[in-house]
Ligand binder design. Structure first.
Ligand code: UTP
Length: 290
């Protein structure tokens, strides 16, 4: 079985739910506490053993290339001022030369199309997909949990899922399971945004995947689906005819930061958890709820 070494992080979407900010600030560069969403998710991928990161970018997303590069003037200034703690942190979080690639989607034709754009860099090996607007607060990290399940199931494809709030299944990609025994279960199907009352389970696809490279061939032929976009869900459902798919109900908390309230919740929750900020955050926020 091949090791999962590479990850695709699609960042080319328009982020319409985060307008007006997303008009000129890439959604993935919005900060949660003190670092952009993409930084949180890159850290999660690195902690899972990922060695090469493929960012699928688009127009107006160039700030991410600068973010994951040296800023010589800033680094010299921090060094001169002896601000070594933050300088060391900045340097430690930079990808090493050659560890990160950028590929341009050119037009936001959907998540499936974004993943397909990474095909040449991924090549013929299993890979992880992380949606950077989903912050998954977990220990071990969500991607590490997905890769562990991949190893346990001897390959195949892994999709992280979690229960969706009652009555909200029609907003999500929902999985169908071949019986439910524990957290890791074989899947029999999946459907994007099912009509209310028709959902096959209450488990939604929450933003981390380990996929086999055969998905690229399927993505080439899949028709445009919901919203006129090339949907990753449709391609996975098609590939399921040929390869096993497993849903892993991961242990952790998800914050959908592509949504205003989800993003706000993530800021508050992660600030409260931070050893250096938690107490001050609690004191500052408490009067708002008095
Ligand atoms: P979303 O559907 O959450 O992103 O895709 P969006 O389309 O930008 O958001 P809204 O609905 O308009 O607010 C999840 C991830 O996939 C990327 C997005 O950038 C986001 O990180 N994506 C989506 C692409 O890279 N390309 C696409 O065509 C669509």
């Amino acid at each position: 079985m091949q090791r999962v070494r590479k990850a695709v992080l699609p960042v080319a979407g328009l982020g319409t739910r985060m307008l007006p900010a997303a008009k000129t600030v890439a959604k993935e560069m919005l900060t949660v506490v003190d670092r952009p969403l993409i930084h949180h998710v890159m850290s999660e991928a690195r902690a899972a053993g990922i060695e090469h990161f493929v960012l699928v970018t688009g127009r107006g997303k160039g700030a991410m290339e600068d973010y994951f590069d040296h800023h010589v003037e800033l680094e010299e200034t921090l060094r001169a001022k002896n601000k070594t703690a933050i300088l060391d942190e900045l340097l430690a979080d930079l990808p090493k030369a050659g560890e990160i690639s950028y590929v341009r989607q050119m037009a936001p034709h959907g998540l499936g199309h974004a993943v397909w754009c990474a095909r040449d860099i991924i090549g013929d090996e299993p890979f992880a997909v992380l949606l950077p607007d989903m912050i998954m607060d977990a220990e071990p990290g969500a991607t590490a949990q997905a890769i562990k399940a991949f190893e346990q199931t001897d390959g195949g494809n892994i999709i992280l899922v979690e229960p969706c709030p009652p009555g909200e299944a029609h907003k999500y990609g929902i999985v169908a399971l071949d019986g439910q025994d524990g957290r890791l279960n074989r899947m029999t199907g999946m459907v994007e945004k099912p009509a209310p009352g028709t959902e096959p389970s209450n488990l939604f696809i929450s933003g981390r995947y380990v996929l086999q490279p055969e998905i690229f061939k399927v993505l080439e032929t899949v028709e445009r689906g919901a919203g006129g976009e090339i949907q990753l869900t449709d391609a996975m459902a098609k590939l399921m005819g040929e390869q096993p798919f497993y849903a892993l109900e991961y242990e952790g908390t998800t914050y959908d930061c592509g949504d205003k309230i989800g993003w706000l919740r993530a800021n508050v929750a992660l600030a409260l958890k931070r050893p250096d900020l938690g107490e001050a955050a609690r004191r500052a926020l408490a009067p708002l709820f008095a």
